[in-house]
Design a protein around this ligand. Sequence first.
Ligand SMILES: [Fe+2]
Length: 249
Amino acid sequence: MPPFPYTRRDFLANASAGVALAAFSLDSQAAEPLAETPPKLSLTSSFTTVHEPKPLPFNPAKLDGISEKLIRSHWENNYSGAVKALNTVKQRLAVALADADTPPFLYNDLKREHLTRTGSVVLHELYFHNLGGSGKVGETLQQALAEAFGSYEAWEKEFRRVGAGLGGGSGWVVLGYNLHTGLLENYWLADHLHSSAATLPILVLDMYEHAYQMDYGASATQYVDAFFRNVQWDVAAARLEKARKIQAI
Ligand SMILES: [Fe+2]
């Protein structure tokens, strides 16, 4: 990073090169140079937050039926790749926002990528964090799912059916708590952009082929079996407890 005085041109060059944006104001229209000292921060954290991959919350060698090689590849290539892409998109958004000549339709190309990458990062983190368990559902979820679906078994049957329907393609299955309807439901997400409105994910299943192809080829059903053997139900129960404390919207 060049020393101060720091010009607007320096800012744009560094932002596009991936330098952290935290110290600089995008709103400034002041003549160059901007200032001898960094101006007061006016960027929101939406633009300045640099995301870091979260470590796996379990020993990847200890899953039942999902290999360490697959999990490490999934974490390193797909998830961490999404984190890097999200950071890049945010840097480009900051630069584009500062440029009054950026056409809105081009700005929205970046906003579409922002939505896609955010969905990928968040859903992957929720997925990894509801893995690494015994697969034994606890009383809280068992009761909640029985109330919503008639029985735990009925819930699992539908969840698996949605997963089977995504086999060979891509998408997510989400057991979610809808803050508007007050219902626990299984949702089909065709991609990272899809999500049910006003819904907090309780249990997330990655049905992209990269989540199972290395271990099971095209057999998505075997992968879903393995997923259920490794669900960390305590995490799902904690999510539901938090969700229920939020008032309906
Ligand atoms: Fe994935």
